[in-house]
Structure formats: C-alpha cells, structure tokens
Design a protein around this ligand. Structure first.
Ligand SMILES: Nc1ncnc2c1ncn2[C@@H]1O[C@H](COP(=O)(O)OP(=O)(O)O)[C@@H](O)[C@H]1O
Ligand SMILES: [Mg+2]
Length: 343
C-alpha cells in the first residue's frame, strides 16, 4: 500500500477520523484492501477513533525518462497494446481499456498506430478530420471523452499505403510530438500486429512505460506471440502482462459461459514468460455490435458483465504501470540497446 498510495490531511473530529488517500492511479485494484488497511491503521494509531472516513484522490505516477528518448510533454505514461497477428482484438482491448481508465477518472489519449489496419476511427464513430490548433499543432479528435489520433484519418479510405521506414518514423514522430495531447495520465497505443517498424520506431523515440500482449485461446502457434515478447525485452520495453481475448462465449440471453475455443492459453503463456496475467475477456456479440455504430462496449453497456472484465483488466494494467514506475525510481537508469530504426 505504501507503494501505491499515500495518506494526507488526517483530521480528527470527536471519534471520527478523516483522511485523504492519494493513489498512483484512480483505477487502483486494491481500493477495498486499502480502505480496510487504512481504517485499521488509523484506529490503531489514534486513540478513541470509532469511524474512519476516506476520500480518494490520485496523482498518477510518471514513467522515467530514458537517455536518447524524447518525452512527450504532458504525457505521464504510454502503454502499447500488441498482438502477434491481426484479428485477436487488439483495437477492441485498446479502446475499451482506454475507456475504462477514463471512467475511473484518468485523463486518457488513444494513438491508433496500426498503420496497416487503422480502424479505431470507425470503431469510435469518428468521421471528421483532425484540425490544426492556433499554435499550428494537430488537435486530437474527441471520442467519448478520449483524445484520439489515428493513421486512419490521414490515409484515404480504401487506398493501399506502402510505408517506407523513414516515412513511417516521421509520421509517428508527428503523432507523438506535434499533437496537442495536453495533460494525459495514460496514452494507450494500438500497435500494428507483429514485430515491425512501428514497434521499433516508437520504442526508440519515446519512453514507453510498457506493452500489453493480447492473445486468443485458439492461438495454437504462440511463436509469433513469443517473438513479440522477445522484441519488447530487447528494446527495453517492460511487458506489463498478457490479456486473453475471446476467452469463452457469454450468452447474451442467459449470461451462461461456454468455452468455444477453449481457454487458459493466455494464462499458460503468462506463466511461461513469468508475466502478470491481466485478465480474460469473453466472446460477446455486444462487443462486435459496437463496431458498427461507433459505441464501444464500455460506452454502450458499461454496467454489463463484460464491462466489469474490462475494468478489471484496466486496473491490472494501471497497477503494473505504477509498479514499473516505482521500480524505475528505485533502480539505476539503464541505456537501451541500440537497434537501427530504418532498415
Ligand atoms: N471479445 C470479443 N467478443 C466478440 N467480438 C470481438 C471480441 N473481441 C474482438 N471482437 C471483434 O473481432 C473483430 C476483430 O477485433 P479487433 O479489435 O479489430 O482486432 P485487431 O485490432 O487485433 O485486428 C472486431 O470485429 C471486433 O469487434
Ligand atoms: Mg485493430
């Protein structure tokens, strides 16, 4: 608790004590435990207290600067969502986790860096083009409270784009440093599938807090997933954990769960690589429906069972981010290995 929260403004009025708990993330998964621990601690220390009133506050910790990496002003943490291949639900996870963090009270941006399939604007119902602000910088678009920038808005629909390394690196730099992101606790980045130029460029230009790996239970060959984990490790990007998507089917009528593709692959993978398991998101047709009308699940059905799974996953991610930041302040800053950006 000492790592994740801090106590401020302890006041006593008769037999009632009040205290403000400042967490390193508003999406803290340990709130219940902290609540009882703090209450017990206060009652133990201050004599004559019968009731402890807690108010929650947060001051999100920031990722450390790294030599050779340029920080994005105002952005405290960048979390990349990655997968070995397309279609596993990377964008779905990125969008709904971003919304869950937002709904918990964080300031959140979403960068759709999937240059080969930038469908975040469609999934969020964004139709307009990004505008330039008075200062000449690109203004992120607004969707359900998120600040969004996407490759999808600079590409012509239906037109194939062949990016060469230097061109891609330049476009990415513009998205990171020439966008008026403002103050963000979390910038969630939807990566293209696999291990390519975008991953390299991003990891080498900015201080990335960490990467989340998405898998599905039917990922029989986990070779491409393993490649992704190895790549992040080589690039000195902490892997925050594994999310298993499409893990079992929840019937929208009776809410019963059926393991169509099996389940547990994500957990096995996380055990093999000694990574945190961040959660299992069920197959649910309501997730897919949201794509059509631009209302993702966290907006369309925030009170349903799947939304609470996304909240849990988001809390896990936020906790891992806090842990990474805490560990980084405790240890020496190591320079990353050199990998050429433009091959
Ligand atoms: N848990 C889920 N249940 C139902 N449909 C899902 C789920 N996760 C993703 N989908 C759907 O599967 C398709 C692919 O997901 P998407 O997030 O676009 O994958 P990726 O970004 O990895 O290519 C989308 O139509 C999405 O709505
Ligand atoms: Mg996608």
């Amino acid at each position: 608790m000492l790592q994740l929260g801090m106590l401020r403004d302890l006041a006593v009025d008769g037999d009632v004590a009040s205290v403000r708990v400042v967490l390193t993330t508003p999406a803290c998964p340990l709130k219940d435990r902290i609540q009882s621990d703090v209450a017990a601690a206060v009652v133990g220390v201050v004599p004559g207290i019968n009731r402890v009133l807690l108010t929650w506050d947060s001051d999100v910790s920031s990722t450390r600067g790294l030599p050779g990496r340029q920080e994005i002003p105002g952005v405290r943490n960048a979390v990349a969502v990655s997968a070995g291949k397309g279609g596993v639900g990377k964008s779905t996870v990125a969008i709904n986790v971003a919304l869950a963090l937002l709904q918990a009270g964080a300031r959140v941006g979403l960068l759709d860096a999937d240059v080969y399939g930038p469908n975040v604007p469609i999934m969020l119902g964004l139709r307009e083009q990004p505008r330039q602000g008075a200062d000449g910088r690109m203004q992120p678009m607004a969707a359900h409270g998120l600040k969004v920038v996407s490759f999808g808005t600079i590409l012509q629909p239906g037109q194939p784009v062949i990016w060469r390394g230097p061109m891609l690196a330049k476009a990415l730099r513009e998205f990171l440093y020439e966008v008026a992101w403002g103050e963000l606790d979390y910038l969630v980045i939807d990566l293209p599938p696999g291990t390519g130029d975008v991953q390299l460029s991003l990891a080498q230009s900015m201080p990335m807090t960490g990467a989340v790996i998405c898998t599905t239970p039917q990922d029989v060959s986990i070779a491409d997933v393993s490649r992704g984990i190895e790549m992040f490790r080589k690039l000195n990007v902490p892997v925050l954990g594994v999310v298993e998507n499409m893990s079992g089917f929840i019937c929208p009528h009776c809410n019963e769960r059926t393991d169509i593709f099996g389940s547990g692959g994500g957990r096995t993978l996380s055990e093999r690589y000694e990574l945190p398991f961040l959660g299992a998101i069920p197959l649910d047709p309501r997730i897919r429906t949201g794509d059509g009308d631009g209302r993702p699940l966290m907006v369309a059905a925030p009170d349903g069972p799947v939304a609470s799974v996304f909240r849990e996953v988001a809390s896990h991610i936020a906790a891992e981010v806090s842990k990474e930041n805490f560990a980084a302040t405790a240890g020496p800053v190591m320079p990353g290995p050199r990998v050429p950006v433009n091959r």
